[in-house]
Design a protein around this ligand. Sequence first.
Ligand SMILES: Cc1ncc(C[n+]2csc(CCOP(=O)(O)OP(=O)(O)O)c2C)c(N)n1
Ligand SMILES: [Mg+2]
Length: 681
Amino acid sequence: MNNSVLNRAADNIRILSMSMVEKSNSGHPGGAMGAADFINILYGEFLNFDPDDLAWPFRDRFFLDPGHMSPMLYSILHLTGAYSTEELEDFRQWQSPTPGHPELDIKRGVENTSGPLGQGHTMAVGAAIAERFLRERFGEWMSHKIYALVSDGGVQEEISQGAGRIAGYLGLNNLIMFYDSNDIQLSTLTDAVTSEDTAAKYKAWGWRVISIDGSKTDEIRTALKSANNEKDKPVLIIGKTVMGKGAVTESGESFEHQCSTHGQPISNAGASFDKTINNLGGDPSNPFIVFTEVKQYYESVLNKKQAYANKLQAEQKKWEKLNPLLAKKYKRFFNKEFPGLDFSEIEHKPGIASRSASGNVLAYLADHVENMIVASADLSNSDKTEAFLKKTGAFRYHDFSGAFLEAGVSELTMAAISTGMALHGGVIPACATFFVFSDYMKPAIRMAALMELQVVYIWTHDAFRVGEDGPTHQPVEHEAQLRLLEQLHNHSGHRSLLVLRPADSYETNVAWELAFENKNRPTGMILSRQNIPDIPAKKHSTRAKDAEQARYGAYVVNDAVDQPDLILIGNGSEVSTLRQAAERLLKDDGIAVNVVSAISEGLFRDQENSYQKSILPDDIPKFGLTAGLPSTLRGVVGANGVIHGLDHFGYSAPAAVLDEKFGFTPKNIAREAMSLLESKR
Ligand SMILES: Cc1ncc(C[n+]2csc(CCOP(=O)(O)OP(=O)(O)O)c2C)c(N)n1
Ligand SMILES: [Mg+2]
């Protein structure tokens, strides 16, 4: 293809991008204008997709890290036919499909929601792992490339360390990342904050690095060709680009390389909108137009893409005929179907920790779910994911026969990689660490919740009962924080995250079952380090059957009394303490108590009002017990109830001593409950 048409197309992307920002009077034109040359060559000459079906599972993926460059993405997707002119003109407006930062819309070519810098390219690493995992099982025919674009901000974010290390360690030769290196960031030039040798850094991680002039069509093409032929390593193409490329002032002087064009209409920044469009060969009175030759060029591009997709899909059909069982399997993988899963087959020894019960579930899943990928941030023996690891094996350099990612000590990276796996599709990711370190994962959890992705978070060592490790390891406010996402609804109107803290091994089974049913949102599981006695079965029932009621979010675990004197409410291991307190109250004071296990407030509040009232009638005194902040249970216990929780960081001492000192004993709880009842008399 002759470069003059390509350069016209890149200029067209620049004009569209700056015009979108100008029209909405908000947004980020500078970076988009600089990276236009790359995105143009990538989509024009490399990225494989099916124009008729952008969700085709074996398409190449493009992950955008700097979401603020959304005008560039919408512009290229306009040239390839997925967005209309009106939609570009509607940039950043209410309910437009062109929001300020791109929001996941695979059917229209947006592979990831982006905005928090650093996560987008880490998701690409996750997608690249998923691709290698599937290729290993189904063959070379289905292999495809994962492209990412990262900017100065994404390279500076700490998460890039984890993403770079893991991609290099695993030799993700299907990953090609373009670094839009324009030496400018939001408030300064990059030299105000960094003097690192980025190429050397990535090389040290095991990447191949190609440095080019990122505005030059030939150099971009050569680099992408070479990256596509790379057999061993992930490739970083460092492209030196020009912020606000083509911008000029009213008097026609260059206004390129200006920090001010990062995040406002170029006319506000000091450039001339009209003169810049003239300079880029466009018509200021018609800024949203696509040049005729560019239109023709992209028509020919789409024909080529279609021909490629047709060819591959024919190959796919042939393969499916020859391998009918495998063909069924990959379809199941992508449809998130799990035939034959029966959690009631999973047996536990009595009175084990819920982390161990989860380990038993994982051992079962290793045998029954072939497309599950589990990760741990260097805690597999402690968080009990090793039950899965031992049966499946860890990923190694160019070896994806296993199904376990040893992520190293990098919780945020691990969580964002899990997001990327879920985005790629075909696999079910779960990742684990200590509950207290969920703090390190929150930004990625939030993105998975926003994107409505099935990711499972396994958090063990759920309370101050980690004991001697002290306050740095004792989660307190964490459950309350995560349950905030239970209150936050996703764009489909559902609770964006489900948080489950099971009270014994039977509830742990149910929690895992729910995690598999939760196909359109993440699930977090909060599990104990210490053993927990199993809750006894109710009269004429089995514990397994009783525990199924955890599906309602909260239920009475003992033989319920119609008119109890008191209701005790908790979750996790506190339910056991409450049960013992209830026995004391009945024996010593003749008080009739219902004990409620509230595995998830969110699930509970989604039940019929009549059910909620039957479990927690208004007129009965309520007492809550939580190892977390008292506010963790406030929504369930209600304003008039009393909650015994923790309102400090905890202390270093053996767990039993802490239970005693913090008043988490059946005796103390019975005493406090009695004073609540007395205060009501
Ligand atoms: C995690 C995170 N922190 C801060 C921001 C705010 N922010 C948006 S863009 C940006 C830096 C922009 O620099 P660069 O990535 O080089 O983009 P360019 O200015 O070149 O377009 C910052 C700090 C963000 N989006 N995400
Ligand atoms: Mg920059």
